[in-house]
Write a protein that binds this ligand. Structure first.
Ligand SMILES: C[S@@+](CC[C@H](N)C(=O)[O-])C[C@H]1O[C@@H](n2cnc3c(N)ncnc32)[C@H](O)[C@@H]1O
Length: 272
Protein backbone atom coordinates (compact mmCIF):
# COMPACT_ATOMS: atom_id res chain seq x y z
CA UNK A 1 0.00 0.00 0.00
CA UNK A 2 1.34 3.46 -0.80
CA UNK A 3 1.40 6.11 1.90
CA UNK A 4 -1.41 7.93 0.09
CA UNK A 5 -3.61 4.81 0.29
CA UNK A 6 -2.77 4.25 3.97
CA UNK A 7 -4.19 7.63 4.87
CA UNK A 8 -7.52 7.25 3.11
CA UNK A 9 -10.51 7.30 5.46
CA UNK A 10 -14.17 7.02 4.51
CA UNK A 11 -16.30 10.03 3.68
CA UNK A 12 -18.42 9.17 6.72
CA UNK A 13 -15.33 9.32 8.97
CA UNK A 14 -14.35 12.67 7.44
CA UNK A 15 -17.87 14.02 8.11
CA UNK A 16 -17.60 12.85 11.75
CA UNK A 17 -14.19 14.53 11.95
CA UNK A 18 -15.76 17.81 10.79
CA UNK A 19 -18.97 17.69 12.82
CA UNK A 20 -17.53 16.29 16.05
CA UNK A 21 -13.78 16.70 16.32
CA UNK A 22 -13.24 20.06 14.63
CA UNK A 23 -15.54 21.95 17.06
CA UNK A 24 -14.47 19.82 20.05
CA UNK A 25 -10.70 19.93 19.55
CA UNK A 26 -9.24 21.64 16.49
CA UNK A 27 -11.24 24.83 15.82
CA UNK A 28 -9.77 26.61 18.85
CA UNK A 29 -6.26 26.50 17.39
CA UNK A 30 -6.94 27.89 13.91
CA UNK A 31 -7.36 31.57 14.89
CA UNK A 32 -4.27 31.33 17.10
CA UNK A 33 -2.21 30.00 14.20
CA UNK A 34 -3.61 32.44 11.64
CA UNK A 35 -3.04 35.37 14.04
CA UNK A 36 0.48 34.20 14.98
CA UNK A 37 1.36 34.06 11.28
CA UNK A 38 -0.20 37.55 10.84
CA UNK A 39 -2.29 36.50 7.83
CA UNK A 40 -3.65 39.61 6.13
CA UNK A 41 -5.61 40.64 3.06
CA UNK A 42 -3.92 40.15 -0.28
CA UNK A 43 -1.84 37.13 0.69
CA UNK A 44 -1.49 33.66 -0.82
CA UNK A 45 -1.87 31.15 2.03
CA UNK A 46 -1.25 27.39 2.02
CA UNK A 47 -2.78 25.05 4.65
CA UNK A 48 -0.82 21.77 4.58
CA UNK A 49 -2.53 18.63 5.96
CA UNK A 50 -5.66 20.76 6.00
CA UNK A 51 -8.09 17.95 6.93
CA UNK A 52 -11.57 19.39 6.42
CA UNK A 53 -10.01 22.85 6.16
CA UNK A 54 -10.52 24.71 9.42
CA UNK A 55 -7.24 26.68 9.10
CA UNK A 56 -7.80 27.44 5.40
CA UNK A 57 -11.33 28.67 6.15
CA UNK A 58 -10.12 30.82 9.05
CA UNK A 59 -7.39 32.36 6.88
CA UNK A 60 -9.89 33.01 4.06
CA UNK A 61 -12.30 34.70 6.49
CA UNK A 62 -9.47 36.96 7.70
CA UNK A 63 -8.66 38.01 4.14
CA UNK A 64 -12.24 38.57 2.92
CA UNK A 65 -12.36 38.59 -0.86
CA UNK A 66 -8.77 39.73 -1.14
CA UNK A 67 -6.46 36.71 -0.97
CA UNK A 68 -5.92 33.18 -2.24
CA UNK A 69 -6.08 30.07 -0.08
CA UNK A 70 -5.07 26.51 -0.95
CA UNK A 71 -5.72 23.53 1.32
CA UNK A 72 -3.69 20.36 0.75
CA UNK A 73 -4.17 16.93 2.30
CA UNK A 74 -3.32 13.31 1.52
CA UNK A 75 -6.86 12.32 2.26
CA UNK A 76 -9.48 12.67 -0.48
CA UNK A 77 -12.45 12.26 1.90
CA UNK A 78 -11.22 15.15 4.07
CA UNK A 79 -10.92 17.26 0.90
CA UNK A 80 -14.42 16.30 -0.23
CA UNK A 81 -15.84 17.68 3.03
CA UNK A 82 -13.62 20.77 2.75
CA UNK A 83 -14.93 21.38 -0.79
CA UNK A 84 -18.54 20.96 0.32
CA UNK A 85 -18.11 23.62 3.03
CA UNK A 86 -16.02 26.10 1.04
CA UNK A 87 -16.28 25.41 -2.70
CA UNK A 88 -14.75 28.83 -3.36
CA UNK A 89 -11.32 27.81 -1.99
CA UNK A 90 -8.79 25.58 -3.77
CA UNK A 91 -8.40 22.06 -2.37
CA UNK A 92 -5.69 19.76 -3.62
CA UNK A 93 -4.53 16.26 -2.80
CA UNK A 94 -0.82 15.88 -2.06
CA UNK A 95 1.90 14.88 0.36
CA UNK A 96 3.43 17.35 2.82
CA UNK A 97 6.81 15.74 2.13
CA UNK A 98 6.64 16.58 -1.56
CA UNK A 99 4.46 19.63 -2.03
CA UNK A 100 3.14 20.01 -5.59
CA UNK A 101 3.93 23.73 -5.74
CA UNK A 102 6.82 25.75 -7.10
CA UNK A 103 9.36 27.45 -4.85
CA UNK A 104 8.15 30.62 -3.13
CA UNK A 105 4.54 30.28 -4.30
CA UNK A 106 2.95 31.44 -1.02
CA UNK A 107 3.26 34.31 1.45
CA UNK A 108 2.29 32.04 4.35
CA UNK A 109 2.42 28.24 4.77
CA UNK A 110 0.60 26.72 7.75
CA UNK A 111 0.20 23.22 9.17
CA UNK A 112 -2.03 22.51 12.14
CA UNK A 113 -2.08 19.39 14.34
CA UNK A 114 -0.50 17.17 11.71
CA UNK A 115 3.31 17.31 11.78
CA UNK A 116 3.38 14.64 14.51
CA UNK A 117 1.93 12.10 12.04
CA UNK A 118 4.56 12.68 9.39
CA UNK A 119 7.40 10.19 9.11
CA UNK A 120 9.95 12.81 7.97
CA UNK A 121 9.23 15.99 9.89
CA UNK A 122 12.43 17.72 8.77
CA UNK A 123 11.41 17.21 5.17
CA UNK A 124 7.87 18.46 5.84
CA UNK A 125 9.12 21.68 7.49
CA UNK A 126 11.70 22.15 4.71
CA UNK A 127 8.87 21.85 2.17
CA UNK A 128 6.80 24.46 4.03
CA UNK A 129 9.84 26.78 3.88
CA UNK A 130 10.58 26.01 0.21
CA UNK A 131 7.11 27.05 -1.02
CA UNK A 132 7.15 30.25 1.07
CA UNK A 133 8.51 33.45 -0.45
CA UNK A 134 11.53 35.26 0.97
CA UNK A 135 10.28 37.29 3.94
CA UNK A 136 7.19 35.07 4.19
CA UNK A 137 5.95 33.08 7.19
CA UNK A 138 5.75 29.41 8.14
CA UNK A 139 3.56 28.44 11.11
CA UNK A 140 2.60 25.17 12.75
CA UNK A 141 0.59 23.90 15.70
CA UNK A 142 1.41 20.60 17.42
CA UNK A 143 0.29 19.15 20.75
CA UNK A 144 2.81 19.43 23.58
CA UNK A 145 4.29 16.21 24.99
CA UNK A 146 2.25 13.81 27.13
CA UNK A 147 3.95 14.95 30.37
CA UNK A 148 2.29 18.35 29.82
CA UNK A 149 -1.20 16.88 29.36
CA UNK A 150 -2.73 16.13 32.77
CA UNK A 151 -5.92 14.42 31.55
CA UNK A 152 -4.43 12.53 28.59
CA UNK A 153 -1.46 11.46 30.73
CA UNK A 154 -3.84 9.81 33.17
CA UNK A 155 -5.54 7.97 30.36
CA UNK A 156 -2.18 6.73 29.05
CA UNK A 157 -1.18 5.67 32.59
CA UNK A 158 -4.42 3.67 32.95
CA UNK A 159 -3.85 2.06 29.53
CA UNK A 160 -0.26 1.11 30.48
CA UNK A 161 -1.47 -0.37 33.80
CA UNK A 162 -4.11 -2.46 32.07
CA UNK A 163 -2.53 -3.28 28.70
CA UNK A 164 1.21 -3.20 29.44
CA UNK A 165 4.06 -0.80 28.64
CA UNK A 166 3.58 -1.04 24.86
CA UNK A 167 0.31 0.88 25.27
CA UNK A 168 2.29 4.11 25.81
CA UNK A 169 3.96 3.97 22.40
CA UNK A 170 0.74 2.78 20.72
CA UNK A 171 -1.02 5.90 22.05
CA UNK A 172 1.98 8.11 21.39
CA UNK A 173 1.37 9.60 17.91
CA UNK A 174 -0.32 12.80 19.05
CA UNK A 175 2.28 13.56 21.73
CA UNK A 176 5.39 12.67 19.78
CA UNK A 177 6.29 16.10 18.42
CA UNK A 178 5.92 18.24 21.52
CA UNK A 179 9.56 18.95 22.34
CA UNK A 180 10.20 22.68 21.92
CA UNK A 181 13.94 22.12 21.38
CA UNK A 182 13.20 19.68 18.56
CA UNK A 183 10.72 22.09 16.99
CA UNK A 184 13.26 24.92 17.16
CA UNK A 185 15.87 22.69 15.49
CA UNK A 186 13.42 21.64 12.74
CA UNK A 187 12.65 25.26 11.93
CA UNK A 188 16.28 26.38 12.08
CA UNK A 189 17.41 23.48 9.86
CA UNK A 190 14.80 24.57 7.29
CA UNK A 191 16.43 28.03 7.19
CA UNK A 192 13.62 29.72 9.14
CA UNK A 193 14.53 32.49 11.53
CA UNK A 194 12.99 35.06 13.93
CA UNK A 195 11.24 32.11 15.56
CA UNK A 196 8.32 32.62 17.88
CA UNK A 197 7.41 29.58 20.00
CA UNK A 198 4.34 29.82 22.23
CA UNK A 199 2.53 27.28 24.34
CA UNK A 200 -1.22 27.59 24.63
CA UNK A 201 -3.55 25.79 27.01
CA UNK A 202 -6.60 24.67 25.08
CA UNK A 203 -9.43 22.26 25.78
CA UNK A 204 -10.55 19.04 24.14
CA UNK A 205 -14.25 18.44 24.74
CA UNK A 206 -15.97 15.07 24.77
CA UNK A 207 -19.55 14.06 25.60
CA UNK A 208 -18.31 11.66 28.30
CA UNK A 209 -15.20 9.93 29.62
CA UNK A 210 -16.23 6.86 27.60
CA UNK A 211 -16.25 8.97 24.44
CA UNK A 212 -12.78 10.35 25.22
CA UNK A 213 -11.47 6.82 25.84
CA UNK A 214 -13.07 5.56 22.62
CA UNK A 215 -11.54 8.42 20.62
CA UNK A 216 -8.06 7.82 21.99
CA UNK A 217 -8.05 4.01 22.04
CA UNK A 218 -10.03 3.23 18.88
CA UNK A 219 -8.29 6.02 16.97
CA UNK A 220 -4.85 4.56 17.77
CA UNK A 221 -3.08 1.24 17.09
CA UNK A 222 -3.87 0.21 20.69
CA UNK A 223 -7.53 -0.32 19.70
CA UNK A 224 -6.63 -3.27 17.48
CA UNK A 225 -4.28 -4.85 20.03
CA UNK A 226 -6.43 -5.25 23.14
CA UNK A 227 -9.26 -7.65 23.92
CA UNK A 228 -12.73 -6.55 25.05
CA UNK A 229 -12.03 -7.28 28.72
CA UNK A 230 -8.90 -5.09 28.77
CA UNK A 231 -10.73 -2.32 26.93
CA UNK A 232 -13.58 -2.58 29.47
CA UNK A 233 -11.14 -2.23 32.40
CA UNK A 234 -9.46 0.80 30.79
CA UNK A 235 -12.89 2.42 30.33
CA UNK A 236 -13.96 1.60 33.89
CA UNK A 237 -10.77 2.96 35.51
CA UNK A 238 -10.72 6.06 33.27
CA UNK A 239 -14.21 6.97 34.54
CA UNK A 240 -12.81 7.50 38.05
CA UNK A 241 -9.31 8.74 37.06
CA UNK A 242 -10.76 11.44 34.78
CA UNK A 243 -13.75 12.36 36.99
CA UNK A 244 -12.17 15.70 37.93
CA UNK A 245 -12.30 16.80 34.28
CA UNK A 246 -16.05 16.14 33.99
CA UNK A 247 -18.62 18.93 33.83
CA UNK A 248 -22.37 18.94 33.16
CA UNK A 249 -21.69 18.84 29.39
CA UNK A 250 -19.22 15.94 29.46
CA UNK A 251 -15.43 16.16 29.72
CA UNK A 252 -13.16 19.18 29.27
CA UNK A 253 -9.63 17.79 28.95
CA UNK A 254 -6.80 20.33 29.04
CA UNK A 255 -4.86 20.17 25.78
CA UNK A 256 -1.55 22.02 25.64
CA UNK A 257 -0.15 22.84 22.22
CA UNK A 258 2.78 24.69 20.74
CA UNK A 259 2.32 27.37 18.11
CA UNK A 260 5.61 27.86 16.25
CA UNK A 261 6.16 30.57 13.65
CA UNK A 262 9.29 31.36 11.64
CA UNK A 263 10.26 33.48 8.67
CA UNK A 264 12.07 32.83 5.43
CA UNK A 265 15.09 35.13 5.19
CA UNK A 266 14.94 37.95 2.67
CA UNK A 267 17.12 36.94 -0.25
CA UNK A 268 17.07 33.26 0.78
CA UNK A 269 17.32 30.62 -1.93
CA UNK A 270 15.14 27.57 -1.40
CA UNK A 271 16.95 24.56 0.04
CA UNK A 272 16.40 21.20 -1.65
C1 LIG B 1 -5.55 15.63 12.96
S1 LIG B 1 -5.81 16.00 11.28
C2 LIG B 1 -5.60 17.77 11.28
C3 LIG B 1 -6.33 18.40 10.15
C4 LIG B 1 -6.44 19.91 10.17
N1 LIG B 1 -5.14 20.55 10.01
C5 LIG B 1 -7.16 20.39 11.41
O1 LIG B 1 -6.55 21.14 12.20
O2 LIG B 1 -8.34 20.03 11.59
C6 LIG B 1 -4.34 15.42 10.49
C7 LIG B 1 -4.40 15.52 8.97
O3 LIG B 1 -3.08 15.30 8.45
C8 LIG B 1 -3.23 14.69 7.19
N2 LIG B 1 -1.90 14.15 6.82
C9 LIG B 1 -1.15 13.27 7.51
N3 LIG B 1 0.03 13.07 6.89
C10 LIG B 1 0.02 13.86 5.78
C11 LIG B 1 0.97 14.10 4.73
N4 LIG B 1 2.14 13.48 4.70
N5 LIG B 1 0.63 14.99 3.77
C12 LIG B 1 -0.57 15.62 3.77
N6 LIG B 1 -1.50 15.41 4.74
C13 LIG B 1 -1.21 14.55 5.73
C14 LIG B 1 -4.32 13.66 7.44
O4 LIG B 1 -4.90 13.19 6.23
C15 LIG B 1 -5.29 14.49 8.29
O5 LIG B 1 -6.24 15.15 7.49
Amino acid sequence: MTETETYQISLEAAEVYESRFVPAIFAEWAPLLVDSAAVRAGQAVLDVACGTGIVARTAADRMGDDGAVVGLDLNEAMLTVARRIRPDLRWQQGDAADLPFPDRAFDVALCQMSLMFMPDRARAVAELARVTRAGGTVGIVVPAGITEQPAYRRLVDVAVDEAGPDAASLLDAYWSCGDLGELRSLFTAAGLHDLDLRTHLGTARFGSVDEMVATEVEGSPLGGRIDDATYGRIRERARSELAEFENPDGVAAPLRGHVVVGHVAHGATPDR
